[in-house]
Write a protein that binds this ligand. Structure first.
Ligand code: 0RA
Length: 650
């Protein structure tokens, strides 16, 4: 952690006053991204980031985040406390009031302010004030406690927000013993489309923040009714602990986590890494504590250096034989879990979601440092180094094999409709618009589905048996699998990195499997396949699962379908005076085709679930991480993390 800068003599003069809060009310999206759930949570990040800045500047190590029972949020830190003295240019107004009521008044933009502060927009707590119905401020400083409240007031047809109820008041001696700031706010329902915070979202962000800022303690307390929970995050190992956490319940390739940190004129760089025996890359990059999911210069510098260093190491020792004369980036990153965290004075966030670091000077800095320090690590850790080279070599061989397999499927599907898998019952319409591909478990179910379909727009692809677990297989094995080959050919958009969602031959892809445990497993496997190999299809909202019922029953002469056992019990209770005769479907193949059409295929009557990226991630996680655990642990995890994903099974 950075040491306290000397002469921390911030006072009112440092606070630059730029403008009032009106622009924030008018265009909230400009300041917090959106007024949906993401924007709502951004309010918390904004205050927490300020608190973290204090800690990183050497003031205080503990931050408390509380979700209050009444919908408010409290963030308490043990930093210096926002300055309370009167601003020389604004007689009668405290610096704290200016910080809370003027944009860009965090002191962060002037000299002597925070050099390395983050925040998506770095706009400070005044934005939180502007978007809240009420904000209570409590400052502990110089042994005193100061308080001020702000509210939104109606002025004619206009709403003014963040208006001080009274001047900042000295409420006497602080009994807290240390300095600090406590901000409590209630988000404005007129601004936000939803007001409910998701504990899982907050916890994840707080945990990452604790990993990135070694040694600070972040305490979370959810006081909302029926949500009560507390959690504490503190990691003395920083991002090395982060890597250990990400590789938890995966199988590490070697025991130690590699790590280096360095500070130079351009900025500070911290990197941690460990490989696991899996087949996917997990590189997570951050700039000033902000996740840069689109990557950027720090990611590029790291990747370049990693590839070069491993190639150099392998060549110097004659570890590369035969055809794999050189390892590519994708080869060396297979199974890699790594964190790259940089801190710099003037971060340029670019890209679609402003999560791509644009500073070019950081690329050469990270590249040079990684080359130096990671190479040294290879030298000093011969066994892990050898394991990494071996893994990368086998990835290179798999890549060649996968390329051949891909070319095969590509040649087959080169002509539209020609070379399609034999068992595909294609629809007659050629354009994708309005068409649907049903991926059906088993041949007999495939037969019923063929009878039940609308042949103009509905295509049926029966799959035999269990689908390969793509989390446990290398890409060449995946592509050599006959069922996956027919799936890839039928869908028509290619696979993996080359997947092109615009080439997909159907508007919707619908997974149709039995309502039992096996069917659930097949669903999880297929969703994970799409998540890993055709992600844009999921992102576009074009993947669905059909929900075949488990029972049918006649109630008052009318046939009703019952999705699962829980629903059956509910019905039995509702009709406890009658004897209901439930007929259980053994599987899709058992249904006659009108039943199948009504429940799964006819757009007017069927029940479909659109698969979100979040849900797909849950499936992936179950297959990659949790398969190693016992059934009870998995059930418990699904209960806690995905109870809304009803169709999931383990
Ligand atoms: C402006 C100047 C200083 C600190 C802060 C703002 C500050 C803001 C927040 C928001 C939440 N917690 C906070 N803690 C501090 C510098 C203070 C000094 O130099 O004494």
């Amino acid at each position: 952690m950075a040491a306290a800068k000397d002469g921390g003599d911030y006072n009112a003069e440092h606070i630059q006053v730029l403008e009032g809060l009106d622009p924030v009310r008018k265009r909230p999206g400009m300041y917090i991204g959106s007024t949906g759930s993401q924007g709502l949570h951004h309010l918390i990040w904004e205050v927490v980031d300020n608190a973290v800045d204090e800690a990183m500047a050497g003031y205080g190590t503990r931050i408390d985040v509380t979700l209050l029972a009444d919908g408010g949020v409290r963030v308490a830190d043990s930093g210096r406390g926002i300055p309370v003295d009167e601003h020389p240019l604004h007689k009668g107004k405290s610096a704290a009031e200016l910080v809370l009521t003027t944009l860009h008044a965090g002191g962060k933009f002037g000299d002597g302010g925070y050099k390395m502060s983050g925040g998506l927009h770095g706009v400070g707590v005044s934005v939180v004030n502007a978007l809240s119905t009420r904000l209570d401020l409590e400052i502990h400083r110089d042994g005193n406690v100061y308080r001020q409240s702000y509210t939104a007031v109606r002025k004619g047809t206009k709403v003014l927000s963040g208006v001080p109820v009274a001047p900042l008041k000295n409420d006497g001696r602080s009994r807290r013993g240390n300095s600090g700031t406590i901000v409590t706010f209630w988000p404005d329902p007129d601004v936000f489309e939803e007001l409910e915070f998701r504990a899982a979202t907050v916890l994840e962000r707080l945990q990452v923040t604790a990993f990135l800022n070694r040694g600070i303690t972040i305490h979370f307390d959810d006081k909302r009714k029926d949500h009560e929970q507390t959690e504490t995050f503190c990691y003395d190992g920083g991002i090395a602990d982060f890597v250990r956490h990400l590789n938890e319940s995966k199988e590490p390739l070697f025991k130690d986590v590699g790590y280096f940190s360095a500070a130079e004129a351009e900025g500070e760089v911290e990197v941690a890494w460990q490989w696991n025996t899996g087949y996917y890359e997990g590189l997570h990059t951050f700039a000033n504590g902000i996740s840069t999911s689109e990557g950027g210069m720090h990611a590029e510098g790291f990747k370049r250096a990693l590839t070069n260093a491993i190639n150099r190491y392998a060549k110097d020792r004659n570890l590369l034989k035969g055809k794999d004369t050189s390892l590519q980036g994708d080869d060396v990153r297979e199974g890699l879990t790594a964190i790259v965290s940089v801190r710099l004075t003037d971060p340029q966030f670019e890209g679609q979601t402003k999560t791509k670091l644009g500073n070019t000077e950081i690329r050469s800095l990270v590249e040079r440092l990684t080359n130096e320090r990671f190479s040294r690590w290879l030298e000093e850790h011969p066994n892990p180094a050898k394991a990494v080279v071996q893994k990368a070599s086998s990835a290179a061989r798999a890549r060649t094999a996968a390329k051949q397999a891909r070319e095969l499927t590509r040649r087959k599907s080169a002509l539209e409709g020609v070379g399609m898998p034999d068992k595909l019952a294609d629809c007659s319409q050629r354009s994708a618009e309005g068409t649907e591909l049903f991926i059906v478990e088993g041949n007999s179910a495939g037969g019923s589905a063929r009878d039940a379909r609308d042949p103009k727009i509905q295509a049926i692809l029966p799959l035999r048996g269990k689908v390969l677990n793509v989390e446990r297989a290398s890409l060449d094995k995946i592509l050599a699998n006959a069922e996956i080959q027919s799936l890839v050919s039928a869908i028509g958009g290619g696979v993996g990195k080359e997947f092109d969602v615009d080439k997909v031959r159907y508007e919707k892809t619908i997974i149709l499997s039995d309502a039992d445990v096996d069917g659930g497993h097949i669903r999880t496997l297929l969703i994970t396949f799409f998540y890993r190999q055709m992600l844009p299809l999921v992102e576009a909202g074009r993947l669905y699962v059909a929900q075949p019922p488990l029972y049918s029953v006649e109630i008052g002469g009318q046939k009703t379908y019952v999705p699962d056992d829980a629903a059956r019990l509910r019905l039995m209770e509702e009709h406890s005076n009658k004897q209901l005769a439930f007929a259980r479907f053994k599987g899709l193949g058992e249904m006659d085709y009108p039943e199948l059409a009504e429940t799964c295929m006819n757009p007017a009557t069927r029940s479909l679930v659109q698969i979100t990226v979040d849900q797909a991630e849950v499936c992936d996680r179950i297959l990659s991480v949790l398969m190693g655990d016992d059934v009870d642990t998995r059930r418990q995890w699904i209960q806690q993390n995905a109870k809304d994903v009803r169709f999931l099974d383990i």
